[in-house]
Design a protein around this ligand. Structure first.
Ligand SMILES: NC(=O)c1ccc[n+]([C@@H]2O[C@H](COP(=O)([O-])OP(=O)(O)OC[C@H]3O[C@@H](n4cnc5c(N)ncnc54)[C@H](O)[C@@H]3O)[C@@H](O)[C@H]2O)c1
Length: 439
């Protein structure tokens, strides 16, 4: 069992402290608010939350949880400090780090006199880079010690929801943390090893980003559901029923299939149907902020890919894939068609390898080339031999992933510039000859 000090006795701090104490750890809660310290020490919760009154009373009575305003004593008496103070928005929208760095100053000052290992784990929500750029320098300055060597550091975000916080603590959707040192990893692994969910151990910046992505995703879902509800109501339909039915489909609608960063959506359905729903909204005077943003952002992703190719400086570009996704020759509203047309318009020579579109032309399929409204001389631009396409191109643009092309394209990145919109290699990120659109 560990000895843990929890800094900040707010919603996150109280729930963490009480649950850690119930799990058998010795917990000291630390705050600047004397009222909260007094409440805890008399066995009362300073927040309203299902089950927290009973839990705080139980663990305080058992001597597993105490509270203090003595930062130094709390650090010296524990193996790890969890920082759970608030990070309110600054007026410009940036994250407010002053409480977090102030706690780091105090913990660092105490670490100066602590001979044994101590881990400092940030649980507050802070934007990627904050732990490394703000917390660690504050801790090192105040302690005169080196992070990752003389003391441990981790970032371990909390995902609980107020009103179901204790239940969420024991049954979270996921656990993610980053760390500088093995000692901190061992503590966090030990605390979470029995939880019924995946435990992701990543670098600190990724853990920070996961927290923001999770909260933003929740916000996006609420806004999306509201927009659908508004449009549905204006058409005399019950939007809640619509969303309930949609959410019953965890095979496609709620799956992770469409949640992979990469290139723009396209094809014969998605762009047309988003436009049509927006038109319906407009025709009933219903604002469609999100649908507008979806179409705008999709356009911007095509423009981003265009700029990546332009930045490669090449005048000859080989596309691997031109249909809207692999496995089909369908070119209708393919974002790769839009991208190729823009590049051709800039005077760039575009040639294309696409086994499915090629087959349609080779077999004289009646619909061959159907849906292409923008790329001139499409058939003449097709190159059936991938190696010849690579050799004849200054930049190879990977638009669709075909299994048998992967190894040859990976090898090509040794001597050709690659712009990758799909991700050839999970391990590779942008650098030298290789540029990935979102990695
Ligand atoms: N509330 C949630 O549901 C929730 C869920 C997950 C993550 N978070 C994140 O966790 C963090 C804390 O949120 P919260 O809702 O618990 O905040 P809160 O405002 O309820 O509590 C923060 C506590 O920190 C204390 N504090 C401030 N400065 C201090 C200092 N220098 N030393 C010691 N204590 C200090 C305050 O007195 C207060 O008790 C935020 O970054 C928040 O974004 C919140």
């Amino acid at each position: 069992m560990a000895k843990i000090s929890v800094f900040g006795i707010g919603y996150v701090g109280v729930v963490s402290a009480a649950c850690l104490a119930r799990d058998g750890h010795d917990v000291i809660a630390v705050d600047v608010d004397p009222g909260k310290i007094k409440a805890i020490n008399s066995g009362q919760s300073p927040i309203v939350e299902e089950g927290i009154d009973e839990l705080v009373a139980e663990v305080v009575k058992a001597g597993k949880l105490t509270a203090t305003d003595d930062f130094r004593a709390a650090v010296l008496a524990t193996d790890a400090s969890f920082i759970c103070v608030g990070t309110p928005s600054a007026p410009d929208g940036s994250v407010g780090l002053s409480y977090v760095t102030s706690v780091c100053d105090s913990i660092g000052a105490a670490l100066r006199d602590k001979p044994t290992h101590h881990s400092v784990v940030v649980r507050s929500t802070i934007v990627p880079g904050s732990t490394v750029d703000s917390c660690i320098p504050a801790l090192e300055k105040a302690s005169g010690k080196v992070a990752g060597k003389d003391f441990g550091v981790g970032y371990y975000p909390e995902f609980l929801r107020e009103s179901t916080a204790i239940a969420d603590y024991y049954d979270p959707g996921l656990i993610v943390f980053g760390y500088l040192d093995e000692g901190t990893r061992d503590i966090l692994e030990g605390l979470n090893k029995d939880l019924p969910c995946d435990m992701h151990q990543v670098d600190i910046r990724t853990a920070e980003m996961v927290k923001y992505t999770s909260n933003t995703w929740r916000a996006v879902k609420v806004t999306f559901a509201n927009e659908i509800g508004n449009i549905a109501k204006a058409s005399g339909i019950d939007g809640q029923s619509v969303m309930e039915i949609l959410c019953s489909d965890d095979k496609i609608a709620m799956s992770s299939y469409f949640m992979r960063p990469g290139f723009a959506f396209g094809g014969s359905c998605l762009p047309k149907d988003v436009r049509a729903l927006r038109y319906l909204a407009n025709s009933t005077d219903t604002p469609a902020h999100m649908l507008n943003a979806v179409l705008e952002a999709n356009e911007a992703q095509i423009a981003k890919a265009e700029q990546m190719v332009v930045d490669s400086g090449s005048k000859k570009v080989g596309f691997v894939g031109i249909s809207f996704k692999p496995g089909t020759d369908d070119l209708r509203e393919s974002p790769l068609i839009a991208l190729a047309a823009r590049l051709i318009g800039r005077g760039i020579d575009v040639n294309i390898y696409d086994p499915f579109v090629q087959e349609a032309f080779d077999t004289e399929t009646p619909g061959a080339g159907r849906g292409n409204e923008h790329v001139p001389d499409l058939e003449q631009r097709l190159q059936p031999d991938l190696d010849a396409l690579i050799e004849g191109s200054g930049t190879v643009l990977v638009g669709n992933l075909y299994k048998d092309t992967v190894e040859r394209l990976k090898a090509a990145s040794e001597h050709r510039q690659i712009v990758d919109l799909t991700r050839l290699n999970r391990e590779q990120t942008s650098g030298a000859n290789y540029q990935g659109i979102c990695w």
